[in-house]
Design a binder for this molecule. Sequence first.
Ligand code: NAG
Ligand code: NAG
Ligand code: NAG
Ligand code: NAG
Ligand code: NAG
Ligand code: NAG
Length: 406
Amino acid sequence: MFPSLSTVSAIQALFIVSSLARPWAEPANSPFKSTTGFSNPTFSTSAGGFADCISGHINLPITSPSTKLLITEPKDQYSLTATFFDFLKANSSLATTINGGPSTVSGNFNIAAKLCYPKNWSCESGNATVQFLTHGIGFNQSYWDFAEGYSFIDVAAKAGYPTFSFDRLGVGASDHPDPIQVVQARIQVQIIHSLVSLLRASKLANQAFKNVIGVGHSFGSIQSVGLLSIYPKDFDAVVLTGFSTSSLAIPLTFADFNSAIANQNQPARFAGLPNGYLVVDNAIGDQTAFYAYPNFDPALFLNADTHKQTFTLGEFFTLTSIIAPSPNFTGPVDAVIGEFDFIFAQGNASYPTDQAALVQPALFPGARREGSRSLIVGGAGHAINLHFEAQEMFGHVQGFVGGNGF
Ligand SMILES: *[C@@H]1O[C@H](CO)[C@@H](O)[C@H](O)[C@H]1NC(C)=O
Ligand SMILES: *[C@@H]1O[C@H](CO)[C@@H](O)[C@H](O)[C@H]1NC(C)=O
Ligand SMILES: *[C@@H]1O[C@H](CO)[C@@H](O)[C@H](O)[C@H]1NC(C)=O
Ligand SMILES: *[C@@H]1O[C@H](CO)[C@@H](O)[C@H](O)[C@H]1NC(C)=O
Ligand SMILES: *[C@@H]1O[C@H](CO)[C@@H](O)[C@H](O)[C@H]1NC(C)=O
Ligand SMILES: *[C@@H]1O[C@H](CO)[C@@H](O)[C@H](O)[C@H]1NC(C)=O
């Protein structure tokens, strides 16, 4: 039986409505040869429509070094606030008294991820390059594809590059295990190592990538630095945005955050998460740490703040512990920071000298110097991708990648 005309238009209407709500690409038209590695795969396009993407969960068996933290779940907000007070006070010894020494964690974790190809992309050569995007605190993978005109993924696609983005463990649609003993900085590095190995071994969408360019933001840059100090061959080139070698403003940042128990601050979104899952308390603290007024769209800011993402107490106490030099990394380095970055430069990226220019010599002494670059993004705050200057920065990164022959 043929569908009646009214059934056909109902189906068309449904298709139009659903493609407006969420622009699924038809799997039959999609450039993906296979959905290998992704469970419950779905298809979409990037914010500006320049990339076709596959999203789903990737299950990873992980064994990782960790730190035994001598703290328990905060029983309420008073107790959490007192912990941050102890951290912030003069001559605090909290960092050492809670360090119970090295440990190991293992488990199977589901990581929500998205692999995007430029429209009409086909790679037959096996020489493909992927840009591997690691977001920071307060965001999920959508930091890289936030809205039309603010999508790193679109700009990379226009320059011909596939991208891989993901929600880190404990964020967004990825698993949310124990926020103190499991979700720490070091396991995030191990997860990146596993994901990069899958991409290189054509275990994701049956596509082999020869070159993997790490692109991080903030805590995502810290993780990229930590990764290369242990696995210097994982990235062929690295881009560190919203990052510097100065941690002077980190305590000020956490004072500004007024870290709040996520399930109480955002009960509709985070009910059921243990009390070790935290968020920045309010929009004022969010603005101070991440945005430089007036160089952002208030509507975009409010959208991001309304959807603010979690970090964990375990990550807080191990945040900078994974930063170490990578003398064996021989690729090029691109260090990028907003002119008014608060978290890594206390509001002035040129004070006392150019903070971006210090990164490569301090952390990557063996890097390919000729190809390395640094940039202070005029006008931008810490969350560069959500400022008016985002496109300029995205273009700079594509120039760095292409200029190095990838
Ligand atoms: C700082 O604290 C340590 C113990 O954690 C103590 O030995 C030291 O005397 C303190 N410094 C000052 C200036 O009080
Ligand atoms: C992709 O290919 C289709 C069909 O060949 C074409 O209409 C479209 O313009 C192409 N898109 C891009 C971004 O090149
Ligand atoms: C793949 O890369 C190799 C080495 O960089 C190069 O010699 C070769 O021409 C490339 N092949 C294609 C099809 O781009
Ligand atoms: C990721 O963040 C975006 C924008 O902030 C939000 O709309 C979306 O719901 C988040 N996704 C998940 C799975 O939490
Ligand atoms: C770095 O290279 C040195 C010398 O080849 C080697 O001994 C060391 O294990 C390497 N370290 C890492 C983390 O790869
Ligand atoms: C930032 O610091 C530099 C170096 O001290 C100084 O020259 C510059 O005026 C400062 N910028 C602002 C906006 O204060």
